[in-house]
Design a protein around this ligand. Structure first.
Ligand code: C2E
Ligand code: CA
Ligand code: CA
Ligand code: CA
Length: 389
């Protein structure tokens, strides 16, 4: 039996754009070298062009051997790479097809491995998938959703709703978070959890992100002066070098003071190269506030807090959900609140649904809360009504 792996390297494009071809080439060379260290003599590795590689694993008895190889590949390429002086951490998505089950011709195996790769990316980045029947259909559905999303930006079926964030002590609204809503003509409401990843993969997120930014700034300019607006910024938007410029443009067009705009970013931004950190500093210089979103999920290392002086930490709702339970959630929240207080950062708890959660968060010293207990995300007109009465 054979396994054909289709490997797509993350970060290559952003590294290439931000740091130049020499560093990009160095990165791919480094990755190729590390790939080879995982292979046995009879296996084959080749670059398919761009930032894609294929590996053909020979003489396997079952797929567990392939899974083991994939694990090895991940641990090899996830080590930071020194590329002409830049320490770069990269990662990959991998699609796998097996011969003879998924095909006998190399062409077909590669095509199926590519479909599996497409599926892997659909799961979010940094994962692998084996080819399965039906992946073809799903890939088609995804592509058509991508086309429809492109259309939706221009035809008005996208809306921003706003979820109030309140002071945990007195319940006063301090800011509202802009959350995208897509009213699909046939499928009804589609969750951003479904379409944001598609927009990120297709690059559409840049356009979409700018659209939300403009809409949110324009809307917030009609709110009372003390209420800020929070906008989510995808790690992909950090790869385009014009983010700070785009933010400045949205502020200028709306007349909203920079201090009333808060950008929410995730840790994924900070594990990239230093270019992202530069972009954060540029944004800070504009005077906008920066919040670290979904804190406690993903890579979640406290060391990220030292990489940039955030204005706010948003504690992920998984901790809030379990806060009254027997696990470590409440001690984790306590630790985060303490660290934040020591470095002049605010803390906002996400997904607060019950009085009990609110009370515990209050006792732990959390500053703000957001969640269904107070209000879900609501249309702009309703927010205005809430704020202006
Ligand atoms: P997020 O940034 O963590 O946003 C909070 C999510 O939690 C929202 O889901 C919100 O509706 C939901 N939520 C709020 N309170 C509660 C609660 O009490 N209980 C529960 N169970 N959920 C609550 P939503 O609107 O579906 O958005 C999902 C994610 O999509 C967001 O997570 C964010 O990562 C992304 N997203 C939404 N709009 C945008 C956008 O304009 N740009 C980008 N880049 N991402 C966006
Ligand atoms: Ca790639
Ligand atoms: Ca958010
Ligand atoms: Ca969040």
């Amino acid at each position: 039996q054979l396994a054909v792996l289709y490997i797509d390297i993350d970060e290559f494009k952003s590294v290439n754009d931000a740091l130049g071809h020499a560093v990009g080439d160095e990165l791919l060379k480094g990755v190729a070298e590390r790939l080879r260290t995982c292979l046995k003599e009879s296996d084959v590795a080749a670059r398919l062009g761009g930032d894609e590689f294929t590996v053909i694993q020979t003489g396997i008895k079952d797929r567990s051997e392939t899974t083991r190889l994939v694990d090895e590949i991940y641990s090899a390429i996830r080590q930071p790479l020194d590329c002409t002086g830049h320490l770069i951490t990269t990662d990959a998505s991998i699609g796998i097809a097996l011969a003879p089950g998924d095909g006998v011709e190399l062409d077909q195996l590669l095509r199926n491995a590519d479909l599996a790769l497409y599926g892997a990316k659909g799961d979010g980045r940094r994962t692998y998938r084996f080819f399965e029947a039906g992946m073809d259909q799903r890939a088609k559905a995804r592509r058509s959703l991508e086309l429809e999303l492109r259309q939706a930006i221009s035809d008005g079926s996208l809306e921003t709703h706003y979820q109030p964030v309140v002071n945990i002590e007195d319940g006063k609204i301090s800011s509202c978070e802009a959350l995208l809503r897509w009213r699909h003509p046939e499928r009804g409401m589609i969750s951003p959890a479904e379409f944001i990843p598609i927009a990120e993969e297709s690059g559409l997120i840049n356009e979409l992100g700018q659209w939300v930014l403009n809409a949110a700034c324009a809307e917030a300019a009609t709110w009372p002066d003390h209420v800020r607006v929070a906008v989510n910024v995808s790690p992909v938007q950090f790869r385009s070098q014009s983010l700070a410029l785009n933010v400045a443009a949205a502020l200028a067009a709306s007349g909203l003071p920079a201090s009333r705009l808060e950008l929410e970013i995730t840790e994924a931004v900070l594990i990239r190269d230093d270019a992202a950190l530069d972009a954060l500093h540029q944004l800070r210089k504009l005077g906008v506030r920066i919040a670290l979103d979904d804190f406690g999920t993903g890579y979640s290392s406290l060391s990220y807090l030292q990489r940039f002086p955030f204005d706010k930490i948003k504690i992920d709702r998984s901790f809030v959900r379990d806060i009254a339970g027997p696990g470590a959630s409440s001690s984790i929240v306590q630790a985060v609140v303490n660290i934040a207080a020591a470095s002049d950062m605010m803390t906002t708890a996400e997904g607060v649904e019950t009085e009990q959660q609110r009370n515990l968060l209050y006792i732990l010293g959390c500053n703000e809360m957001q969640g269904y207990l107070f209000s879900p995300a609501i249309p702009a007109v309703e927010v205005r009504r809430l704020l202006l009465t």
